[in-house]
Design a protein around this ligand. Structure first.
Ligand SMILES: Nc1ncnc2c1ncn2[C@@H]1O[C@H](COP(=O)(O)OP(=O)(O)O)[C@@H](O)[C@H]1O
Ligand SMILES: [Mg+2]
Length: 392
């Protein structure tokens, strides 16, 4: 039997203002991910009255795009909420929206069924200390959403749902992480020596994807003036490209969109400027984190930089080419962390792995990855140069 829609009419109680202190520990190598995973026992915000607290009224909320329509979290036949995925900070629920009754001017007919048909993704806090992180992410997403060109590069953001402390986005159910896993599974089933020197998905498709990702990072750095801070395959979503609109179908049939801006900071005008409300080091995943950032874990905390983003995207590009989502498969967490600390050797490490043949010397993959992983961050390629290099 289908579940009746449940509206999020929440009883708000005066909650303690959330702590801005964020714990600093490494995440497991892979953020949990699923296209639409089987529901878990964690209550959804509508089932958990503790989750419904008075939203922060700090100055961070001022100017943040608000989502005021009613939300309906989708449930399965056992009345358990459906999830798109979860990360360190959040659970991302599958949801639908319908306009708030008051927003319909008097005399207008009720909204058409099509206005209800859009599937949404609602990123709700998983822990109490995630609320200020999501609040800051909403503020960043607002700014990015008002920056020209955002449609091509970032996840569509519809606003901050204050009662839930949640971000409302368009649902983009495929992530780059799941794509990499699918492609490498296919390559294992249809193994052929003819393509063993190519990136798993094939050279043309890989080059198209690499160019789009690099162009997107260039937009973030040069146009939006932010450092993403946590680039990895789990934080990049893939929106299918409607080929009807294209003269020629693109080699890679998805538009990659950057998501998860929980660790994002403005490109600092002064090196010492730091945003302490951010997820910061706590959300980092070793194989994709620049070695200088990992070194700083033991000393004073360091904000991510454009150069550390460039490293993370280069590591992502290697993972795409080899099909090894963890970059160093069959290794325990401690060893992987040690290799990540020597991240400037990442191409050699990948080449000595089981899929090393997919990164041939002087091939496209090595040419675009090498200048982006050099040890000294000041010597790493910048995104405008990288765009040029990737288009050759
Ligand atoms: N707009 C979206 N549509 C579909 N799935 C999403 C969307 N945003 C995030 N997800 C899924 O939820 C996971 C966690 O979201 P993310 O923003 O990365 O949270 P966290 O900051 O906790 O890591 C992602 O890895 C992705 O699988
Ligand atoms: Mg994430």
């Amino acid at each position: 039997m289908a579940n009746p829609p449940v509206q999020l009419s929440l009883q708000t109680t005066q909650g303690k203002s959330p702590s801005t202190q964020v714990p600093s520990s490494l995440t497991p190598p892979v953020t949990p991910i699923a296209k639409e995973r089987p529901p878990r026992s964690t209550p959804s915000p509508i089932q958990d009255p503790k989750a419904a607290q008075t939203p922060s009224t700090s100055k961070d909320n001022v100017g943040t795009l608000q989502f005021t329509d009613d939300l309906e979290i989708c449930h399965d036949e056992n009345n358990r909420s459906l999830e798109f995925g979860r990360g360190v900070w959040s659970i991302v629920y599958k949801a639908r929206s319908f306009p708030h009754p008051q927003t319909n001017p008097p005399g207008t007919p009720p909204s058409s069924p099509t206005s209800r048909s859009q599937v949404l993704a609602v990123k709700a806090p998983l822990r109490r200390d995630a609320r200020p992180v999501l609040n800051a992410e909403a503020s960043t997403l607002t700014r990015l959403t008002f920056t020209q060109g955002h449609e091509q590069y970032i996840v569509p953001f519809h606003g901050y749902h204050a009662p839930l402390g949640a971000l409302v986005m368009s649902a983009i159910p495929t992530s780059l992480a799941s794509y990499i896993e699918d492609q490498s599974k296919q390559a294992r089933t249809h193994h052929t020596t003819a393509t063993m020197f190519d990136p798993v998905q094939g050279p043309a498709s890989y080059q198209d994807l690499a160019r789009r990702l690099i162009t997107g990072l260039n937009w973030l750095h040069q146009v939006a003036a932010v450092v993403h801070g946590d680039i990895k395959p789990h934080n990049i979503l893939l929106r299918p490209i409607d080929t009807d609109d294209c003269v020629e179908a693109p080699a890679f049939p998805f538009q990659p969109l950057y998501a998860d801006f929980s660790a994002t900071v403005d490109i600092p005008v002064h090196a010492e400027a730091r945003d302490t409300t951010r997820a910061s080091m706590s959300s980092f995943t070793p194989p994709f984190t620049a070695p200088e950032m990992l070194a700083s874990l033991t000393s004073t905390e360091m904000a991510p930089t454009p150069a550390s983003d460039v490293f993370s995207l280069a590591a992502t590009l290697l993972a795409i080419a080899t099909g090894d989502l963890l970059l160093y498969p069959n290794m325990n967490h401690r060893l992987r962390l040690e290799m990540a600390r020597a991240g400037h050797q990442i191409v050699d490490f990948a080449r000595s792995g089981v899929s090393g043949s997919r990164v041939p010397r002087n091939g496209f993959v090595e040419r675009i990855v090498k200048p982006a992983v050099v040890k000294d961050p000041a010597m790493r390629i910048t995104t405008p140069e990288w765009v040029q290099l990737a288009s050759c």
